[in-house]
Design a protein around this ligand. Sequence first.
Ligand SMILES: Cc1cc2nc3c(=O)[nH]c(=O)nc-3n(C[C@H](O)[C@H](O)[C@H](O)COP(=O)(O)O)c2cc1C
Length: 234
Amino acid sequence: MTSATTTDGTSPGPDLFDPLPLGAATCQNRIALAPMTVAYANPDGTVSDAEIEHYARRAQGGVALVITEHFTVNEAGRQLPRQTVVDREDKLPGLAALAEAVHEEGALIVAQIGHAGRYAGPWDRYEERPRLAPSAVPFTLLPGRIVTPTEMTTTDIARTVADTAAAASLTRKVITAAIASGATACAITSAWNIARFLGVSSSCGATAFTRIPCGRSSISRMRVKWTRAALLTP
Ligand SMILES: Cc1cc2nc3c(=O)[nH]c(=O)nc-3n(C[C@H](O)[C@H](O)[C@H](O)COP(=O)(O)O)c2cc1C
């Protein structure tokens, strides 16, 4: 479908149903599914049949780009019991089946990976293990329930960044294996953990990273750099 022309002869820009080049691949139209958590994974974090059906149906309905819900990069960052975990090779067959089912419906898929940080679950047992945050600043988790997360050490920060890059590398393996066009992409959800280092309300700790403004942003920059490198490495 080509774009229409306005009465004064100017182009209104691309049509919603025009194809959209995306790297080496092309989206069939400009409709994308926003990441929305449904948490249909198996309890061990592998992709379930229900999850595959859920995303394949979105693609069947005409969405050209499926952005998955937030998949966690490790157990420390897991928010929900039925959340998909992208931490080891044993998750690859399920992820590959998911990518393949979406591609069969003519859509591209992007895996959103992230770490829930201070929002990691289960919330009913919040105090049982450390919930990682830039600083141990109390906050309202639920109405009437104030909790205090644990300040990340430099090792915690390095592990989270490395696990994000490793998860990107794993998702890349299945996407390239399952799609002939060679499109690889990875969306990193940033609001919950690493980006918290940028906010003064959640980050007032004494680590070298939070003392100076460029130290705070260096973690986000480091994560993007490492993840990008993981995606580009053959
Ligand atoms: C039930 C639900 C689950 C969501 N899960 C995620 C998620 O996993 N990752 C994410 O980045 N955003 C998530 N979002 C945010 C949506 O992607 C979207 O940005 C938000 O709903 C704002 O878009 P809207 O104004 O069109 O509703 C979720 C939203 C809803 C309502």
